[in-house]
Design a binder for this molecule. Structure first.
Ligand code: FE2
Length: 426
């Protein structure tokens, strides 16, 4: 007997009315009209979209849900946010980090986001936040893939305590080497930090994910060094450049060369649309830049691009409820990606591409993959982007771990009652 049979599912690749059979936590068959007499649980998706889980490839769990502590970011800039975080983090406690991060992870599960790569600040040698998030990673393992990045928020070379603290965090089991080259004192120091962090990752056999060129300055070209070091050290496919917002301001001639280098290095690119449009362009007069990196050009070139939420209710961003469809929705607007294939590509940026950035194994809706999926109250990916609907069922290893009732509104118009769920006619 099957553990789970999901019937009449529309898949992100366009296949419609498919059945998905699951056994022992894995998908065993995907086909139309599977002839299975019994399953422990049968879900009729009724022509709804069933997708592999959403993936948030860039987040900060240690600072999340701390909005206003100790004060609100009045200028709205990245730098004021870093200063506020520095004040807050001085007296951080493990319980506080864990409580806030756990709440966020519960929101994530409710939204069908079952994989998160979270940076964790390792500036403080006591590693309080890292320790708390490592415990949370284990606590939530049955429900959520949590990857942690050792992130020297105050700079790897700028903060003399950072190298030892970052190494200690990796010793504790943090998964990925992080960095912030554009925040180092000089371009040369930024470049040096990229080399050192890539060498550290190569020594330890770990992936790299740097906050890279999160600036409006077109001269911020650390991505070039990151790609070159990736190739030199044989790290292809294991390195991620997060943000890359300076690319928005670079000239096209230079970018045409740079894209080929990023592709050759197989460096993953992560854009954070909600945050990039909020933080970047703050020093601009009109017209103000959008700030997000060149998503469309990178995808056209064959580079893997995924989207992250980055922040929710913290010193950098006051809003958010961890809805990755909201992220994709903003991303497609900022990137002018409103063509049908382009909108689908933005859906991929919060699902399959994110899984590639994180290196997730057995991700997808094919036989042999983990039985992890989300049933949405929408018929296809574009309707999901348009309406950002309820996640009716969130399934992990063949078991339902979150359910949301179908959303509908009843209009009372004179004698008539009309149900509205924002589905277009036909
Ligand atoms: Fe970030």
């Amino acid at each position: 007997m099957l553990d789970l049979l999901v019937r009449h599912a529309n898949l992100p690749d366009g296949r419609r009315e498919m059945d998905i059979a699951c056994q022992d936590g894995r998908i065993v068959e995907v086909a139309a009209g599977i002839d299975a007499p019994r399953a422990a649980l049968e879900i009729d998706a009724g022509g709804c979209l069933v997708t592999p889980p959403f993936v948030d490839s860039h987040f900060h769990l240690d600072s999340t849900l701390s909005y206003g502590r100790p004060r609100v970011n009045q200028s709205g800039t990245l730098l004021e946010g870093i200063a506020i975080w520095g004040e807050f983090a001085e007296n951080i406690s493990a319980d506080d980090v864990k409580t806030r991060a756990r709440t966020l992870c519960h929101w994530a599960i409710a939204r069908g986001n079952l994989a998160i790569r979270s940076h964790v600040d390792v500036s403080n040698p006591q590693l309080i936040a890292a320790g708390a998030l490592l415990e949370l990673r284990e606590e939530l393992k049955p429900y959520l893939d949590l990857q942690l990045v050792a992130f020297p928020q105050e700079g790897y070379l700028r903060n003399p305590e950072a190298p030892a603290a970052l190494a200690a965090a990796l010793d504790l089991g943090v998964d990925v080497v992080g960095g912030i080259p554009h925040f180092e004192r000089t371009m040369a120091q930024g470049s040096r930090s990229v080399t050192m962090l890539c060498e550290l990752a190569a020594e330890r056999g770990l992936p790299v994910d740097l906050h890279c060129d999160e600036s409006d300055d077109p001269a911020s070209r650390h991505i070039e060094t990151l790609a070159r070091e990736t190739i030199r050290l044989g790290l292809q496919g294991r390195v991620t450049g997060s943000h890359l917002t300076s690319m928005h301001a670079m000239d096209n001639d230079y970018v045409s060369k740079l894209l080929r280098l990023i592709l050759e290095a197989r460096v993953h690119a992560v854009a954070n649309p909600l945050i990039n449009v909020t933080l970047q362009g703050r020093h601009d007069d009109y017209p103000k830049r959008r700030g997000m990196t060149r998503v469309k050009e990178m995808l056209d070139c064959g580079i893997n691009v995924s989207f992250g939420h980055d922040c929710i209710m913290d010193p950098w961003y006051a809003l958010g409820s961890h809805d990755m469809l909201e992220v994709a929705h903003m991303g497609l607007h900022l990137a002018h990606m409103t063509g049908v294939h382009e909108m689908r590509a933005c859906f991929d940026a919060v699902t399959a591409n994110g899984a590639r950035t994180l290196g997730l194994e057995s991700y997808g809706l094919e036989p042999g993959c983990h039985a992890d999926m989300v049933v949405l109250q929408a018929s296809d990916t574009i309707e999901a982007l348009r309406t950002r609907p309820a996640r009716l069922h969130v399934i992990r290893r063949g078991r339902v771990i979150a359910s949301t009732p179908r959303s509908t509104t009843t209009l009372s118009l004179g004698e008539r009652q009309i149900q509205v769920d924002f589905t277009a006619p036909g």
